[in-house]
Design a protein around this ligand. Sequence first.
Ligand code: MV4
Length: 481
Amino acid sequence: MKKILVANRGEIALRVMKTAKKMGIKTVAVYSVADRQSPHVKFADEAVCIGEAPSNQSYLLGDKIIEVCKELGVDGIHPGYGFLSENSKFAEMAEKNGITFIGPKSHAIEVMGDKLAAKDTVKAYDIPMVPGLDHAITDIDEAKQVAKEVGFPILIKASAGGGGKGMRVVEKEEDFESQMQRAISEATSAFGDGSVFIEKYVGSPRHIEIQVMADTHGNVIYLFERECSVQRRHQKVVEEAPSAVLTPEIRQAMGEAAVKVAKSCDYVGAGTVEFLLDENKNFYFLEMNTRLQVEHPVTELITGIDLVEMQIRVARGEVLPIKQEDLKIKGHALELRVYAEDPLNDFLPSVGNLSTYILPEGEGIRVDNGFEQGMDVPIYYDPMLSKLITYGKDRNEAIELMLKAIQDYKIEGVSTTLPFGTFVFKHDAFVSGDFDTNFVKKFYSADIIKENQAKEAEVAVLVALKNYFADQKVLRVPTKL
Ligand code: MV4
């Protein structure tokens, strides 16, 4: 592989290109007119404008991207996450044109993109699954019977959904039929596929996912877990590795289950197997994401492995360079997604110009970033500016580093989720490790951030006053206001 095109933008495009460059592979960027000045365009060896700002006129144009590959002699495509990364047709089109898709085969993408097909595929592998119905509801009486057997509340899910889209909780039997009809019509209009199924509703689960990596020779390893329970409306905000609650035994059991999921669909490359963990630490397979995920850096830090490098190696047909026994968790990593969203105003996107934009630096701090001072935050794409990642010898050290890094990250011109990060990393429930997917709903309100900011302002005044009196060489310095 001599030249890779990155079919993406922002921080992930840069992050992939950095590894390609390190490996001596040339890079090609594609970009929309809104991203002309973006760092990923400047960083690439070559860059091609593929269209207008809206992603359906640029980053989602698979045909056009393949054309660019052919014109420039590209032999590999890295899709990043989002956009075309889980589009099985695109993966297939690349391969048909003799270009390596750096990801799984289209079959694996297709199967795992459909929740019922996924359940069906892993069925023979003895993977723990939430009790429920393993096929689409066609017979209402059968579905009702299953619901009664597993017990209410139950959850109706769309087979074509994922990431929480198209889910409905049903509290009691009387509501079952009407909720099911709604779920079917929602799924039909959202996904063009009205297949829905039911599962027992796990009330306060933790979301824990396992990173896997597979080569084309049948070897699959797991690179431990990421804890992703701190999320807001199915949007992850904070991730960490390892999880504060997994025992070595559960970790191994989940890891081995994840490897079996990967084997069940002949997986190749980097993938993530999502599990729910209930209060009694039972885990259940939910779905598999067939891409490199946003939160992959926390896994890189605790394993010392460059996941993009490994993706490229297995895509080239190399045998996995490490064995399961060689892998060990070292230290603790945290990630905060820094979004241009206003945590004081229901996380509304906050677009504008980054008039000040200074990244924190130092040992144990990594920022996967796609922006520069002076740039506008475009309205057309996901408003994530960067990922702030810290790494320490243990969880407390990573938390302390994170709080300091948030302080040192200077952003003016747009509101961001940085103050929300301070709220999370100072919260007792987070610090103790005793939290689940209800963390944000349960504990967060804008008032807490307002209070924090008022306190910070008070401290700033106190410091300024102290300095003033010190300069005046006044003997008595006020310690309280
Ligand atoms: C569940 C669940 C409870 N019970 N399934 C949400 C995203 C999708 N991947 C599956 N999800 C859930 N499935 C059963 N049977 C609760 C969730 C869920 C959730 C899962 C992971 C992270 C955050 C979540 C927030 C709300 C609900």
